[in-house]
Design a protein around this ligand. Structure first.
Ligand code: SF4
Length: 324
């Protein structure tokens, strides 16, 4: 086991906070957004905000009461066309306009941010289901992160810190852009003590077509892709720095969730498969490259069910428990 067995113990009590360098440049595009996140998603209202909304009087209070479906988890009742009922015709939020930004529920206030908390380590990022995040990420020449430490907090966890250190090594390998991307993938796999899985993309796209789907255009893109004979992007396309950056960012978001060595390899394989799929879509239509990343994220990363089904199929298809 060349990667996981390096013994380093992190028992320090200083908290590490990590975020991508582009994080602080994010501003929601609001009405200028092509794919507004207030359309098509069922938005849950946290209990604290739901009770604040119940205190709002007048016509707007009545509308809030009518347009929030109560139940175990209250949520905005989407209009038949999938829009949030509080989104106006100019795609601006009427809750902000009427009650102020502080009246937003947690999801609306925080989206598209994500938070991965571990003992002694807090990692924050912006989700790729947002087109502005995709733009900011792919504007980067190399992906970099801001790490800050703060006193106190829980003791750091040895396993998480080992994974974070290993992930840092993978970032370094992926940033060696003088090497062909395939070579960098092989080196990463080697670092993880595994063989790089050989994906038969026709088979995998057929599988992606069976998954839970949110947007029709995702199915259309996959069907268009599978109808062609050539699915793999050519080596030159695949060497574009964007794929190293996308893969690194997927690892940033998902890799530390692994609880075992096998799971870490599965999550790496998931990230490689994802990038191969995005590159295949790009090769088919170079005019919508950023949209391919956004749709992939919305359809796959933001669906726990789809993520679980893909990881289960990866486990079924390849052996990840054996070290080479
Ligand atoms: S998708 Fe991103 S940019 Fe668009 S409305 Fe949502 S948060 Fe704002």
């Amino acid at each position: 086991m060349p990667c996981f067995s390096q013994g380093m113990f992190y028992g320090e009590r200083s908290m590490i906070r990590v975020r991508p360098s582009f994080y602080d440049r994010f501003f929601c595009k609001a009405s200028r957004c092509r794919h507004n996140c207030c359309i098509g998603w069922e938005i849950d209202v946290d209990p604290e905000t739901a009770s604040v909304y119940q205190t709002v009087g007048g016509a707007f209070g009545k509308e809030l009461a009518e347009k929030i479906t109560q139940g175990e988890i209250p949520h905005f009742t989407l209009c038949p066309d999938g829009r949030c009922p509080f989104l106006n015709e100019r795609n601006l939020c009427r809750i902000i306009q009427t009650l102020g930004e502080e009246a937003l529920c947690d999801i609306c206030a925080l989206h598209p941010r994500f938070f991965n908390d571990f003992p002694g380590r807090e990692e924050t990022g912006l989700g790729l289901c947002c087109e502005e995040t995709v733009r900011l990420l792919l504007e980067e020449r190399t992906l970099s992160f801001i790490e800050e430490s703060a006193d106190g907090g829980e003791e750091r966890d040895e396993w998480i810190e080992r994974l974070a250190s290993l992930r840092g090594d993978l970032f370094d390998i992926l940033s060696e852009t003088q090497l062909p991307f395939e070579k960098r993938l092989e080196r990463c796999a080697q670092k993880l003590g595994m063989k790089l899985p050989a994906f038969e993309m026709h088979e995998w796209i057929r599988f992606f077509l069976l998954l839970e789907r949110m947007e029709q255009s995702w199915g259309e893109m996959l069907n268009n892709l599978i109808s062609g004979t050539e699915i793999e992007p050519d080596a030159e396309t695949f060497n574009s720095p964007r794929y190293g950056i996308i893969l690194s960012y997927l690892l940033y978001r998902h890799f530390l969730a692994a609880q075992t060595e096998e799971e870490a390899r599965v999550l790496f394989a998931f990230a490689v498969l994802s990038v191969r799929l995005i590159a295949a879509l790009d090769a088919r239509d170079m005019t919508e490259c950023d949209e391919h990343v956004r749709l992939f994220s919305a359809e796959i990363e933001y669906s726990d069910e789809n993520m679980e089904r893909i990881c289960a199929k990866l486990r079924e298809r390849f052996a990840f428990d054996d070290c080479i």
